[in-house]
Write a protein that binds this ligand. Structure first.
Ligand SMILES: [Zn+2]
Length: 796
């Protein structure tokens, strides 16, 4: 067998190669198609707008192709120029409106400028003979635009060249116009909006990390006593924040071209987003350092060392996290309703707690190398608080610069609410739906007991339904335009100690840890109750703070579980924490010298009275059913002779009213007793403690007030607060157990507080006839007794 010569062997291998290509072509092209389909699917899943964009490009090209089919247009623009329209679409059509407009307008302007310069060059060349060759300028001017070079080096005569340039400019304008129109009017992608949400989501990611960090770093549940590693997905998130600078800058540049749309104006403050973005990255740098101490193998510290600063650091971390998440939501909503500030304030309190812990030298006796990482974490958390405060200021600037329509917090219960413009004619309602989680259970009325012989048990009277209706009537009732909604927040344990004793609070915390129990008759601390109680206390304090800070005149803390029976040392009558008492103490601590409390709940406000029984700074007045003491949790009688003690003597006025007192009886009690007492006391702020259990249909009361009676009480208190304390009035929700009528009575009370000229809502239930004779005798007797005993009455 002779071998093939090299030439023929080369040819053979080439043929084989070609054959293999041809043979494999269908297989490969199928694989390529599949790969393309997979990539398109992923792209569509990642951002479906990309698919829409490709369809839009197709549409714009189709539209521009009509130029070729429309004979008159084709001829008028010249045979060779129509292609420029197609090229323009291909070149300028971008994903977002901003990018397309930027490129389109630039292209039009550059073309015009190029044409203009081209003419100038041609004219100079023609008039200056050989000295001025247009070609000399070709290179420099093509930097601006191809048009210029074509025009300037062409051999056309001036008239022909003019026509060509005009045609070209027109086709480019036509192409740009089609591309921009499709981009703006068909599923527009606004890059400014993307930037808006990118900045907000970056802040949110950091908040997410910080909320987790405290729990993980101080966790004891890991082997070797080392802190638990944070979720990898969280780490990736803050890492993406660190690298977002270029992207944000590009987006802000393109967003400038976008016309006014939705909430965004043409001159929207895009630069402010860059400022917030930079501040967010500074924050992310600190978070990266925190993460280092969480995940590093070498820089770890023992469980015992970490525990010394656990409480305050966890608190700072959690409040910083909440503040950031709230800030993110404020950017998204562009809302000036800011609850982030409250979280920042709390984080600052956490820093103070941490400082006092560190000043007490908690790490005495520990190895220095062991202390350093924990101290670094404490220091980073402290720095984060001021970094977040700076972001908060920048966000507030953005909100005021952007002139967005202010909206209510992003909470299902807030969506129906509207904010009235005038602060003089508005009630700021503080509420948080977390308070609905307190469930005192079912039984025979409030006993929690199932006797075994009843088919149907009932919900505990202090159930969440009653409050749901109060929320909904304020959102959807005729009073809604006068209501401005604010998100409540939980109280801190240290805050509770301004009214309650350490032992009592510890007992409650312990009861909650053990899964809850009955604290006294009808008062059940169940799972979820403690969180709700903390929310009720914190929300009432926020409502008071709102007034003290001068943000509003009238605040209403719509809270549960109620509080006015809770005494410094014990729970009582469905109450755990004295919400009103804590708010009163906050006012005193903030510089108010005198606070008056008017309690119209059908039961004696024994807890509040007890808390200030020895104080002459707080005048507590309670109008109630004459129910007397009801057991060890409620030793007070609520009788006229409980006047206070020591300095507080004469500063607790009890007005026990006979059953069935009714609207006229209450009006009489106000005129004869409440109004003159407030006039003499002259408080800096009034706290109106309301309970709709004084209504004619309440299962817990017998005082027979109707909506009209509540409305009148509201008006009287409005006049008192206007006359004596510059309109500063805090209203705190207590009892009221008729599921629907309580909401109506609340509506009527607030109408009165707003001093509206005529009722907004009619009473849906008939009322009972009243007998005022007996109550007026009782009121006269109480008045005489007080005049005899109370020093400030005698002084008059
Ligand atoms: Zn009550």
């Amino acid at each position: 067998m002779g071998s093939l010569n090299p030439e023929s062997s080369k040819a053979f291998s080439l043929c084989g190669y070609l054959w293999r290509i041809i043979r494999d072509m269908p297989k490969q092209s199928w694989a390529k198609t599949l790969e393309f389909a997979r990539a398109s699917k992923k792209l569509g899943q990642d951002d479906p707008r990309r698919i829409v964009h490709s369809l839009k490009v197709g549409l714009a090209l189709t539209l521009v192709s009509f130029v070729y089919y429309l004979q008159p247009l084709y001829h008028s623009l010249g045979n060779s120029n129509a292609i420029w329209a197609v090229i323009t679409v291909v070149v300028i059509m971008e994903f977002s409106v901003g990018a397309t407009l930027g490129k389109g307008l630039n292209r039009i302007m550059a073309t015009l400028l190029g044409a203009y310069l081209g003419f100038a060059v041609q004219w100079i060349a023609n008039t200056s003979g050989d000295k001025w060759q247009a070609a000399k300028y070709e290179y420099g001017l093509t930097i601006f635009i191809l048009t210029l070079s074509l025009v300037s080096v062409s051999g056309y005569r001036e008239d022909k060249m003019l026509k060509m340039a005009c045609d070209r400019v027109l086709t480019i304008i036509l192409g740009s116009f089609i591309a921009m129109t499709v981009c703006i009017f068909i599923f527009p992608v606004w890059i400014g909006e993307d930037l808006h949400y990118l900045v907000a989501s970056n802040i949110d990611k950091l908040g997410h990390f910080l909320q987790e960090f405290g729990e993980r770093y101080f966790s004891s549940e890991t082997e070797d006593g080392k802190p638990g590693n944070i979720d990898r997905s969280l780490k990736e998130k803050y890492e993406s924040v660190l690298t977002s600078k270029t992207r944000e800058e590009t987006m802000a540049n393109l967003a400038r071209w976008e016309p006014s749309h939705g909430q965004f104006r043409f001159l929207h403050p895009w630069k402010q987003y860059l400022k917030i973005g930079n501040l967010t990255r500074q924050c992310a740098n600190k978070i990266e350092a925190l993460d280092f101490y969480l995940t590093s193998e070498t820089h770890q510290t023992g469980y015992e060392v970490r525990m010394k600063i656990k409480e305050s650091c966890q608190y700072i971390s959690s409040e910083c996290g909440k503040a950031l998440k709230e800030l993110s939501s404020e950017v998204k909503r562009m809302s000036s309703v800011s609850t982030s500030k409250d979280h920042i304030e709390r984080a600052k309190e956490g820093v103070e707690m941490l400082n006092s812990v560190i000043e007490s030298n908690p790490w005495e006796g520990f190895d220095v190398m062991d202390i350093v990482p924990a101290a670094a974490v404490a220091s980073l958390l402290t720095n984060l608080v001021s970094a977040i405060e700076t972001i908060s200021q920048a966000v507030q600037q953005l909100v005021s610069m952007a002139h967005f329509r202010t909206t209510c917090p992003e909470n299902s219960l807030f969506t129906m609410a509207t904010s009235p413009a005038s602060s003089a004619n508005r009630i700021d309602v503080f509420w948080h739906e977390g308070m609905l989680k307190h469930d005192p259970g079912n039984g025979v009325f409030d006993s929690g007991m199932d006797p075994g012989f009843l088919d149907v048990l009932e919900k505990h009277p202090e159930n969440s339904d009653r409050i749901r209706n109060m929320v909904s009537i304020l959102q959807r009732g005729p009073i809604s335009p006068y209501i401005s909604w604010h998100l409540g927040s939980p109280a801190l344990i240290p805050h509770l100690l301004s009214f309650h004793t350490h032992e009592y609070i510890n007992a409650l915390v312990q009861a909650d840890k053990e899964g809850g129990r009955m604290l006294c008759g009808g008062t059940f601390l169940n799972p979820g109750s403690w969180d709700a109680a903390l929310l009720a206390a914190g929300t009432t304090m926020s409502a008071m703070k709102h007034i003290l800070d001068g943000h509003g005149k009238v605040s209403y803390a719509l809270v549960r579980p109620p509080g006015h029976h809770a005494q410094p040392t014990q729970a009582d009558g469905y109450c755990f924490l004295n919400n009103a008492g804590l708010a009163v103490q906050l006012a005193l601590d903030s510089g108010c010298s005198k606070v008056a409390v008017i309690d119209i709940d059908v039961h004696y406000g024994n807890g509040t009275a007890q808390g200030f029984y020895h104080s002459n700074k707080v005048l507590t007045i309670s109008l109630h059913m004459n129910h007397g003491s009801w057991g060890p949790s409620h030793p007070q009688n609520g009788s006229v002779d409980e006047l206070g003690e020591g300095e507080g003597y004469g500063y607790n006025l009890n007005i026990p009213l006979p059953n069935g007192t009714g609207d006229k009886g209450y009006a009489c009690a106000f005129n004869e007793l409440v109004v003159p007492s407030i006039q003499k006391f002259e408080p800096d702020v009034i706290v109106l403690v309301i309970g709709q259990d004084s209504s004619a249909f309440d299962p817990n009361g017998r005082q027979c007030l109707t909506m009209e009676g509540y409305r009148e009480i509201g008006q009287r208190v409005h006049r008192l607060s206007t006359r004596h304390c510059n309109g500063r009035l805090l209203i705190v929700q207590e009892g009221g157990y008729h599921v629907t009528y309580s909401a109506y009575c609340l509506h009527a009370t607030l109408e009165g507080v707003l001093n509206l000229p005529s009722p907004l809502l009619e009473d849906p239930i008939a009322y009972y006839p009243e007998d005022e004779t007996f109550s007026s005798h009782v009121i006269e007797a109480i008045k005489n007794y007080q005049k005899d005993k109370v020093p400030f009455w005698k002084a008059a």
